[in-house]
Ligand binder design. Structure first.
Ligand code: FPP
Length: 223
């Protein structure tokens, strides 16, 4: 049995889901929040301690302003409504990426991080304005005056400092690429590409992934 301590997810397919059902990409994002809640519950139940969600990439700034604002607004409303409950459930919120949103949202994200910092039931790493290449450049700049840089030095200089590497990466939405997500951290992660769009992704799908993962022989280069 392979233990799962950290699951990372590229939640792809919201836009297509929304277009298919109501001709509105934004509706897909709203529906996608239900899958976020499902996956949070799932991790708690299965005692998975870290959940990393790719919510907004450095490349997503290329989307129309209306969609970007919708996403930021959705996040703001969600946090304002649910932060108390999240905190009571002993969930920690950590942002990975650079907070350069509106003053209001930046403040709310800081507040959510500080308020939940001591919680240990589940840590949700919300990747916001996150790009793996940007993260690596950030780390290299921190280390540029150091000699004999080790793997551990890099680990400690990333946004994901103190977060173990994920055992599982899931990408929904029937697309097989990594989209600049956790490139360093997933060196030995098992990757599961799912056909379903993110809002259609259900607990049974996670069960199937966990079952497949439990049967994988993880060699880490050995035989
Ligand atoms: C990718 O689907 C999804 C996103 C860029 C946003 C993910 C956001 C959520 C699931 C909801 C908000 C999250 C939180 C935590 C409040 P896409 O839009 O690229 O889909 P497409 O490939 O069909 O266009």
């Amino acid at each position: 049995m392979n233990p799962v301590n950290h699951m990372a997810i590229i939640m792809d397919g919201n836009g297509r889901w929304g277009l298919k059902h109501r001709n509105s990409r934004n509706l897909g994002h709203k529906e996608g929040l239900k899958s976020v809640e499902m996956v949070m519950r799932y991790c708690i139940k299965k005692r998975i301690k870290f959940l990393t969600l790719y919510a907004f990439s450095t490349e997503n700034w290329k989307r129309p302003l209306k969609e970007r604002n919708y996403l930021f607004n959705l996040l703001e409303i969600y946090l304002k409504e649910k932060l108390e409950k999240i905190n009571n459930e002993k969930i920690r919120i950590k942002i990975i990426g650079e907070k350069n949103f509106s003053k209001g949202l930046n403040k709310l994200l800081d507040f959510a991080e500080k308020k939940t910092i001591k919680n240990t039931k589940l840590q949700i790493n919300l990747a916001l304005n996150y790009g793996s290449k940007k993260e690596l450049i950030y780390a290299f700049n921190k280390l540029k005056k150091r000699k004999g840089v080790t793997e551990n030095d890099v680990n400690k200089s990333l946004y994901t400092k103190n977060i173990p590497d994920p055992e599982i990466l899931v990408r929904t939405g029937n697309t097989q690429r990594l989209s600049n997500f956790l490139l360093w951290q997933i060196a030995y992660t098992e990757i599961f590409f799912e056909k379903k769009l993110w809002p259609d992704f259900k607990r049974e799908d996670l069960n199937k992934i966990m079952k497949k993962f439990s049967k994988v022989k993880r060699n880490f280069g050995k035989i």
